[in-house]
Design a protein around this ligand. Structure first.
Ligand code: HEC
Ligand code: HEC
Ligand code: HEC
Ligand code: HEC
Ligand code: HEC
Length: 143
């Protein structure tokens, strides 16, 4: 429902602030939520937010998307350099009314590989924006 707002307009990055600069996308702080939800409320969900606000603590959001431990991944390289949409890997978030209980979509190794293989020979790929060939050998992702 937050993505339908017009003023102020929220986008994925408004709440996942480090998604184009770091490995992790990051979570919004309680303070961020309070910048809009500071008044009194009848909503049971927003009353929960008030409790975190009074205690001045962060909400322990659940982690849903997770790669196997040995696989490495960085958002910055994909969102900022490869200019991929969140939806390509995460599915249709815009229509959600509450946090996803499980991943809507995940990328299999074959899908990661398919793109890396294409980017490996830049001459064949008109959409190339990377400044260098991308590794597609096993230890590029498995460490
Ligand atoms: C190339 C695929 C890909 C794209 C594009 C992508 N993600 Fe992710 N995202 C992942 C993977 C894989 C994980 C799990 C990472 C791990 O386990 O180390 C993840 C984890 C996350 C997480 C939870 C952990 C964290 O990093 O904080 C959030 C939140 C997230 N993504 C938001 C976003 C948003 C917002 C965008 C768009 C701006 C986006 N992602 C674009 C693949 C992607
Ligand atoms: C830019 C302003 C803004 C920010 C930031 C924001 N919200 Fe909201 N939120 C709204 C508005 C406006 C609505 C009402 C949308 C509607 O009813 O269509 C809403 C609705 C909600 C609701 C549903 C309330 C109900 O009716 O029960 C919850 C829960 C909620 N927000 C939690 C959060 C949390 C948690 C955060 C921080 C992660 C957050 N919001 C950040 C503006 C914001
Ligand atoms: C109002 C703030 C807000 C906006 C806007 C927002 N998110 Fe989130 N997002 C959150 C919060 C808070 C969580 C943690 C929810 C939980 O764990 O239950 C979350 C969780 C996620 C996760 C799951 C991470 C994990 O593994 O636990 C992904 C993926 C994600 N968001 C992607 C997106 C995408 C894509 C967009 C834009 C289409 C978006 N978000 C817009 C606040 C937001
Ligand atoms: C649509 C294309 C695309 C997909 C899908 C994709 N990647 Fe990438 N990936 C890239 C590009 C482009 C770069 C290089 C960015 C740069 O130049 O720094 C990259 C870089 C990387 C790197 C750093 C490698 C290096 O040479 O520095 C790792 C690790 C990585 N990706 C893992 C993954 C994983 C894991 C997945 C699947 C969950 C995935 N990628 C899916 C395009 C993609
Ligand atoms: C572009 C990134 C990428 C490259 C390159 C890559 N993998 Fe993976 N691999 C993944 C991801 C993401 C997963 C987890 C998702 C899945 O199982 O499909 C995975 C899962 C696996 C698994 C399952 C066990 C586990 O780690 O949980 C094995 C085994 C594996 N890879 C072997 C290989 C081998 C061998 C190569 C070299 C030929 C390779 N991978 C190259 C991304 C990659």
């Amino acid at each position: 429902m937050h993505l339908e707002l017009d003023d102020p307009k929220l986008e994925c990055k408004s709440c996942h602030e480090t998604v184009d600069t770091a490995r992790a996308a990051g979570r919004p702080s309680t303070e961020k939520c309070l910048s809009c939800h500071s008044g009194k409320t009848d909503s049971a969900e927003l009353k929960k937010l008030e409790i975190f606000a009074e205690k001045k603590t962060e909400i322990p959001w659940e982690r849903i998307w997770r790669l196997p431990q040995d696989v490495t991944f960085s958002h910055r390289q994909h969102v900022s350099v490869a200019q991929m949409e969140c939806q390509t890997c995460h599915g249709d978030f815009k229509s959600l009314e509450r946090p996803a209980p499980r991943p809507l979509k995940t990328l299999s190794m074959t899908e990661c590989m398919a793109c890396h293989e294409r980017w490996r020979w830049p001459a064949d790929t008109p959409e190339v924006v990377a400044s260098r060939p991308i590794a597609a050998d096993c230890n590029a992702c498995h460490r």
